[in-house]
Ligand binder design. Structure first.
Ligand code: B12
Length: 215
């Protein structure tokens, strides 16, 4: 097995130390950082995302795989910055105001990173205006909101209303999710996309941002 395949395998098993060592080894052997990123790290994370979607692996496996990916990314990032690797896009994400659930949101973060997005994670209990302020500040493409409580879902609507009030609604792609959220709620509040899981969120985000940038 080649070093890149080995990296992907270890990542899927959540073996952060091995992933780190292999990324370092690959860099020492002058491998292209983009190949390490795409074929070693991101491909491993996409496989885990797909298995998660199909209920072949569960939250703990995804979290350890994500930790392994982050460990590898930490070593790779300075090299990627050096060669000016362009991210797919930028996303601002957080769990809505009044809501402290962050496991699903963190999975979405991992999958979006896995798809090549630069992420600004606002954490939990994020008030509607903060998503917009941060998106404006960093020049984001997407605003992602997560809610796990029926009582906090209306905060998504508040954010969209504020986007409209500020004349910014069409500037951002708005994605919503979390266990109580569904397609009809998404339509009702005027968000752009709902997906039931993190892997699909990353797929859709990548597709729509790439299409929008292509004009
Ligand atoms: C873990 C948990 C907690 C933990 C949270 C820990 C943490 N750090 O997140 C703790 C113990 C703190 C907690 C607290 C509470 N909880 Co709670 N909790 C849960 C539980 C068991 C699991 C949630 C979870 O992590 N699921 C796993 C993740 C992976 O799934 P997910 O979040 O849905 O995310 C996936 C998708 O939805 C999607 N997704 C998520 N976000 C986004 C965003 C976008 C943009 C997209 C596209 C997709 C997407 O992708 C993810 C991965 O595929 C649920 C039960 C359940 N079955 O959902 C109750 C649940 C959500 N909790 C509930 C309640 C009531 C509470 C409390 C109010 C309890 C209390 N009385 O104190 C408090 C609220 C605290 C607060 N203010 O937020 C209720 C909500 C009921 C309702 N209808 O609103 C639930 C449903 C339990 C129940 N059956 O009663 N909780």
């Amino acid at each position: 097995m080649g070093i890149i395949e080995e990296m992907s395998e270890y990542l899927q098993k959540g073996r952060a130390k091995n992933v780190k060592a292999l990324v370092q080894q690959a860099l020492d052997e002058n491998m292209d950082p983009k190949v390490i990123l795409n074929d070693g790290l991101l491909s491993g994370m996409m496989i885990i995302g797909e298995k998660f979607k199909n209920n072949e692996v569960f939250v703990p496996e995804v979290l350890v795989a994500a930790r392994a990916m982050n460990a590898g990314l930490a070593i790779l990032e300075p090299k990627l910055v050096e060669i000016g690797n362009e991210p797919v896009g930028k996303a601002v994400i957080g769990t809505v105001q009044g809501d402290l659930h962050d496991i699903g949101k963190n999975l979405v973060v991992m999958m979006l990173k896995g798809a090549g997005f630069e992420i600004v994670d606002l954490g939990v209990d994020v008030d509607p205006a903060s998503y917009i302020d941060k998106a404006e500040e960093v020049g984001a493409d997407i605003i992602c909101m997560s809610a796990l409580l029926t009582t906090t879902m209306p905060k998504m609507q508040d954010c969209i209303d504020q986007l409209k009030e500020r004349g910014l609604r069409d500037k951002y792609i708005v994605m919503v999710g979390g266990a109580p959220v569904n397609e009809s709620f998404c339509e009702q509040i005027g968000a752009d996309y709902y997906t039931p899981d993190a892997a699909t969120c990353a797929e859709v985000a990548k597709k729509v941002v790439t299409e929008r940038k292509a004009g």
